[in-house]
Ligand binder design. Structure first.
Ligand code: CMX
Length: 133
C-alpha cells in the first residue's frame, strides 16, 4: 500500500550546476548530498512538502543514470512511491505479474530499502518503491 510520493528522481549532468539553480532560483534548500556506490550515483535531496526531489549525478558512464544521460539527456528519471515494506510489496507486485528490475530490495540513499519496477511495466515511467522496512 502506497502512502505518498517519496521522491522524484531527476538526472542531471552536474550537481554543482543543478543545486544552485534549485536553491537560488526556486528557493529550495539542499539538505543532504550522498553517494550511493551501488547505484553509481551521487544524489542531492530537497524537501518539497512531504515529497523530496532527488537530483542524480552519475559517477560512472556504465551506471543506470550515466546510460540515461547519454541516451536521453537531463530530465525526470524516476518516480518513487513510499511503502511500508519493500520486499512484501515487490513479492505482491511480482505475483500480480508486474515486470520487476529488483526481485528483492537493495539499500538506497538515506538508508532506505529500495526496489525498481521496469519502465515497460509502468507505461514508460521507471518506478521505484522505497521504505524503512
Ligand atoms: N525512464 C523511462 N524509461 C527508461 C528509463 C527511465 N529512467 N531508462 C531506460 N528506459 C527505457 C529505455 O528507453 C528502453 O526503452 P526502449 O526499449 O523502448 O528503447 C528500455 O527502458 C530499456 O532501456 P535500455 O537502455 O536498453 O536498458 P538500460 O541498460 O539502460 O536499463 C533500466 C534500463 C531501467 C533497466 C536500468 O536503468 C535500471 O535498472 N534502473 C534501476 C536502477 C536505477 O535507475 N538507479 C538509479 C537511481 C538510484 C537512486 O535513486 O538512488
Amino acid at each position: 500500500n502506497i502512502s505518498h510520493i517519496e521522491h522524484i528522481g531527476i538526472a542531471v549532468n552536474s550537481l554543482d550546476e543543478a543545486i544552485p539553480y534549485y536553491e537560488n532560483m526556486l528557493g529550495l534548500k539542499c539538505y543532504a548530498i550522498e553517494e550511493v556506490a551501488d547505484q553509481k550515483v551521487k544524489t542531492a535531496f530537497f524537501m518539497v512538502g512531504e515529497t523530496k526531489l532527488e537530483l542524480l549525478e552519475s559517477t560512472s558512464p556504465d551506471g543506470p543514470v550515466g546510460k540515461f544521460l547519454e541516451k536521453k539527456g537531463q530530465g525526470v528519471h524516476h518516480l518513487a512511491f513510499a511503502v511500508d515494506n519493500v520486499n512484501d510489496s515487490l513479492n505482491e507486485l511480482g505475483e500480480k505479474g508486474v515486470q520487476l528490475i529488483d526481485k528483492t530490495s537493495r539499500k538506497g540513499a538515506e538508508g532506505l530499502n529500495i526496489g525498481f519496477l521496469h519502465p515497460k511495466a509502468s507505461m514508460g515511467v521507471l518506478t521505484e518503491i522505497c521504505g524503512k522496512e
